[in-house]
Ligand binder design. Structure first.
Ligand SMILES: CC(=O)N[C@@H](Cc1ccccc1Cl)C(=O)N1CCC[C@]12C=C[C@@H]1CC[C@@H](C(=O)N[C@@H]3C(=O)N4[C@@H](C=C[C@H]3C)CC[C@H]4C(=O)O)N1C2=O
Length: 113
């Protein structure tokens, strides 16, 4: 987060990464827990990224650019996921309202790129 970015969504979610080898979801970062996850829009260069920090110790557990080609999958009303070139991210939202607001902003970002 820096002065040239604006948050267009913030949601509480536990951030997970899919472990392709063991075929299971693992918490992103050093331990499981709820994070505050933002979508930041860069004020000048029309880029967007997802940044999430653990509520407890502010560890950055996700920091990924939103590509124009991103396919955002709302697998359930509170678990959404997407891939980038390296990994699959999953957000297990604390509430349906947070999930809906985040998805709306994600769709705006992908459509704007
Ligand atoms: C074409 C493609 O890439 N498809 C991807 C999905 C996708 C589609 C389109 C665009 C992008 C992407 Cl990303 C795919 O299917 N993927 C991406 C990696 C993982 C997965 C592959 C297999 C497993 C089988 C079960 C399923 C799963 O993880 N379901 C969840 C689940 O088991 N959990 C999570 C919560 C709820 C459930 C919904 C919380 C923790 C755990 C649990 O409930 O304990 N899977 C997937 O989603």
């Amino acid at each position: 987060r820096n002065m040239s970015e604006t948050s267009i969504a913030s949601a509480r979610a536990s951030v997970m990464i899919y472990d392709d080898v063991n075929k299971k979801w693992v918490p992103s970062g050093s331990s499981a827990g709820v994070s505050k996850v933002h979508i930041f829009q860069h004020n000048f260069n029309n880029t967007f990224r997802v940044v999430g920090r653990k509520l407890q110790d502010h560890e950055v557990v996700i920091n990924c650019l939103i590509a124009r080609t991103l396919k955002y999958n709302q697998a359930t009303s509170t678990f959404h996921q997407w891939r980038d070139s390296k990994q699959v991210y999953g957000l297990n939202f604390s509430s349906r309202d947070d999930a809906d607001a985040f998805a709306k902003a994600m769709n705006f970002a992908v459509e704007t790129l």
